[in-house]
Design a protein around this ligand. Sequence first.
Ligand code: COA
Length: 119
Amino acid sequence: MFTIENLNGEYVGGVNLNSIDEKNGTFSIGVQVDRDHRGKGYGTRAINILLKYAFLELRLNKFNECTLEGNEPSAAMLRKVGCVQEGVRRKVIYTNGQYLDLLLFGLTKDEFMEKNTMK
Ligand SMILES: CC(C)(COP(=O)(O)OP(=O)(O)OC[C@H]1O[C@@H](n2cnc3c(N)ncnc32)[C@H](O)[C@@H]1OP(=O)(O)O)[C@@H](O)C(=O)NCCC(=O)NCCS
């Protein structure tokens, strides 16, 4: 788990690399930004830094992430870093009296390099 700080050194959230599968080169990233600091670009910046670390330093190959239907900030952030929606796992989370879908997102190393012109 890494801390996300603003330029004043204040804690604004956390980000972590998880579910690393070294054989297949896959991984996930969990990110959370405190409510008071959302919408200022911290989530996108943090996830981009960890993507760069995972693809270039750890030499992993595929980022997989999922988000609950209706979590627009999360889906927007994933799209913003270059992820594409790969599918929907239907009605797998029960919360607040209803079953919700999980939206599956992914990004390959090649796509990340292309987007960030690192080729
Ligand atoms: C998802 C989350 C990490 C985004 O962090 P953030 O720092 O607010 O995100 P950013 O400021 O980088 O915004 C990224 C994009 O999300 C979108 N966005 C941000 N807040 C939004 C909102 N309230 N509604 C809709 N879209 C929103 C914008 O399109 C934004 O792009 P833009 O700056 O070009 O407009 C944050 O909302 C959060 O911690 N949510 C709770 C935990 C969570 O859902 N984690 C993700 C699990 S995959």
